[in-house]
Design a protein around this ligand. Structure first.
Ligand SMILES: Nc1nc2c(ncn2[C@@H]2O[C@H](COP(=O)(O)OP(=O)(O)OP(=O)(O)O)[C@@H](O)[C@H]2O)c(=O)[nH]1
Ligand SMILES: [Mg+2]
Length: 286
């Protein structure tokens, strides 16, 4: 849950679908990693009765739990030398379209975890490329959480050396708060959104390891000022690399694929030192 937007912590309608088999799994937290979480959920049922201090404490504890689960994902991914990229943006910035084109261009093993509140439309599009995919529907939730990614990983079982693309729920606010165990965060910023978005949603852009300025094929038809958008971006994240890209024309795709390769090469240094996670604190697969 996020006190940021007030979205419900109720996970009763969250579900994961494995596209290949049609398996559907409830994402109700079935096993709280620490007993004290039970209290968190119990409290949340009455969150509207709580004062700001209690809500901040509640959020801190939820995020701390998420961070521990994200570390478990990170260790699992490192143990299998799988590069996980978390793609985030506002709705409709072009995440799925970029993925469709990327998967066609990528020559190694891949997996995709799709996040949306409802429907399997994005996962259907990915499945059509022949790539293994699971869809997480968050229901009332507005972001993916680390345990959802864990559940997806257990079903995708990406092979060693694969790239796992996680398409987060379209939202420029809450997904930024939740570490998923990814190696890098890629934030898409489309030229139809207005130059000021990085300054209005600084947390998302501040946490980005790469920003993709998308739909640049539309620039001739818009009064979007690329230089002004880059100034706004660099105000909140001065050193973030930016690639201008169009999934429609293919402009920038080569640079994007090169960036992914470089990420994998860089991550592999850490993987060689990585250990399997201890099973004791968090338990095995749920
Ligand atoms: N002109 C142009 N249109 C694009 C490009 N990329 C995506 N689109 C269009 O933008 C719309 C949204 O694209 P999606 O890829 O579904 O966006 P998304 O970010 O996955 O959307 P959500 O999953 O709903 O957040 C679609 O109509 C796409 O055809 C592009 O590079 N150029
Ligand atoms: Mg999408």
């Amino acid at each position: 849950m996020c006190t940021t937007c007030g979205c419900s912590g109720d996970r009763s309608d969250a579900v994961l679908t494995v596209l290949a088999s049609g398996e559907r799994v409830s994402l109700m937290p079935v096993l709280d990693p620490k007993p004290r979480l039970v209290n968190v959920h119990a409290h949340h049922a009455h969150a509207h009765d709580q004062g700001p201090a209690e809500l901040i404490e509640l959020e801190r504890r939820v995020l701390a739990t998420n961070d521990r689960l994200a570390e478990r994902n990170r260790a699992w991914l490192a143990g299998r030398e799988v590069l996980a990229l978390n793609l985030m943006s506002s709705p409709g910035s072009g995440k799925t379209t970029l993925l469709e084109r990327t998967l066609a261009a990528w020559d190694g093993p891949c997996g995709v975890l799709e996040g949306d509140q409802e429907t399997t439309r994005d996962a259907d599009r990915i499945r059509a490329t022949g790539t293994p995919v699971v869809q997480v529907n968050t229901g009332k939730g507005c972001h993916l959480e680390a345990d959802m990614v864990w559940q997806g990983l257990q079903r995708l079982q990406p092979p060693s050396g694969a790239v796992l693309f996680v398409e987060n729920v379209g939202n420029l606010v809450c997904p930024a708060l939740f570490d998923l165990g990814e190696e890098a965060r890629v934030v898409l910023f489309s030229v139809t959104e207005g130059e000021d978005k990085p300054e209005k949603y600084p947390h998302m852009f501040r946490g980005a390891d790469l920003v993709l300025l998308t739909k640049v094929d539309l620039l001739p038809h818009l009064d979007f000022d690329v230089d002004a958008s880059l100034r706004a971006l660099h105000t909140v994240n001065p050193r973030v690399p930016v690639l201008q890209i169009s999934a429609r024309t293919g402009e920038g795709m080569e640079a994007w694929v090169t960036w992914i390769r470089a990420q994998r090469a860089q991550a592999s240094h850490g993987w060689s030192a990585a250990q399997e996670p201890s099973r004791r604190p968090l338990g095995g697969p749920r």
